[in-house]
Write a protein that binds this ligand. Structure first.
Ligand SMILES: *Cc1c(COP(=O)(O)O)cnc(C)c1O
Length: 362
């Protein structure tokens, strides 16, 4: 028997095994069509049906209110770094950006090309650990065109435990690495967007959930493929959508539905994160540098007591079937990304390996 492999890659990340098997089984002949779903027109009846069903499944999963549109667009997460200012502001406007790590910084840098961006808050240190600002520390400008933040920073492994309140200013959230990981009150947001390759499906697709009153005001120079109004008018098929990614996302949504939806995901994700953090906190050999209240349930960075052992750790974990644990260079050390598709048994295997490694080298 080949050994089990658990893939901890931050993105593109692992997908549920049953989804991959179904995709494999129908790769060459989708729904008796005699061709692959990736070889057929996005305007054909079976494809359009599948696409509409995927949207409905996502609406059901997230309980998306009827005054929100769901768009399936190109360009991943970063595409929306430009899409947001172009659709939601004029160049004379200003917008608030809450900084929490690399991705929100990236969004700010892109936003600055299009309008004046103000920093609404930044992380600080509590007892030497990275902490996110509480609502009371946020500097929100009531005249801002929008308020942008990243609920879960994939690189630093920090996650907001609350949804910021920006009054009547629309809250825009980059949920690339946290969407679908737990139930969410969508009505608190103006726009939610996510690159697909962490918790939705393959890369290339971005899902945008946008409140209706924010649609139809794109700047004149907005590239057509980023224009929410055009996307709505054409059911996300103004140009050829990333058809295969959309199809796979649809399979993932069905997998989520048949596994208890987001309530069940939240339970499993909580159990996975608790297992890993508890082990790290109980060890003198491993550490995590994030304040307890801001720890990510999706991305867990950790460091070894001696970073000279990093390469040994990576070599041996890889050989043990625990893949892609190398941390982002900004943070150093390791990072275990444990999105929806990662089973608890994968986290348990990682913890067992870590205990064993500590015994040998600690
Ligand atoms: C991965 C990621 C992105 C970037 O997505 P791309 O599809 O590569 O543009 C943006 N934001 C967050 C939070 C991410 O995790």
């Amino acid at each position: 028997m080949t050994q089990a492999v658990f893939n901890f890659c931050a993105g593109p990340a692992m997908l549920p095994a049953s989804v991959m098997k179904q995709a494999q089984a129908e790769m060459l002949d989708w729904q008796g069509q005699g061709v692959s779903v990736m070889e057929m027109s996005h305007r054909s009846k079976p494809y359009m049906q599948m696409a509409a069903e995927a949207e409905q499944d996502l609406r059901d999963l997230m309980a998306i209110p009827s005054n929100y549109k769901v768009l399936f667009l190109h360009g991943g997460g970063r595409g929306q770094f430009a899409g947001i200012p172009l659709n939601l502001s004029r160049s004379a406007d200003s917008a608030d950006y809450l900084l929490s790590g690399q991705w929100s910084r990236g969004a700010l840098a892109e936003g600055e090309k299009y309008l004046h961006c103000k920093v609404a808050g930044e992380p600080n240190l509590i007892d030497g650990k990275v902490a996110l600002p509480p609502q009371s520390a946020l500097n929100i400008n009531p005249d801002a065109a929008y308020f942008h933040y990243c609920p879960n920073e994939t690189i630093e492994g920090v996650e907001f435990s609350y949804i910021p309140d920006a009054g009547h200013v629309p809250v825009v959230a980059d949920m690339s690495s946290t969407i679908l990981s737990q139930p969410l009150d969508v009505s608190r947001f103006g726009v939610i967007y996510a690159g697909a390759q962490k918790n939705i499906g393959p890369s290339g697709l971005s899902v945008v959930i946008v409140r209706e009153d924010l649609i139809g005001n794109a700047r004149q120079e907005t590239p057509s493929i980023l224009d929410y109004g055009l996307a709505v008018k054409h059911d996300s098929m103004y140009n050829t959508p990333p058809t295969y990614a959309w199809y796979l996302a649809g399979l993932v949504f069905k997998w989520l539905k048949s596994n208890g939806g987001l309530t069940e995901m939240a339970k499993v994700n909580r159990a996975k994160a608790d297992t890993l953090y508890r082990f790290i906190d109980g060890s003198d050999f491993y550490r995590n540098n994030v304040d307890d209240n801001c720890r990510s349930k999706m991305n867990v960075p950790f460091q070894l007591a001696d970073d000279n052992l990093d390469s040994k750790f990576l070599e041996l974990s890889d050989a043990a079937g625990l893949k892609a644990l190398k941390g982002h260079r900004i943070v150093g050390g390791m990072r275990a990304s444990i999105y929806n598709a990662m089973p608890l048994s994968g986290v348990q295997a990682l913890v067992d390996f870590m205990a064993d490694f500590e015994k040998k080298f600690g």
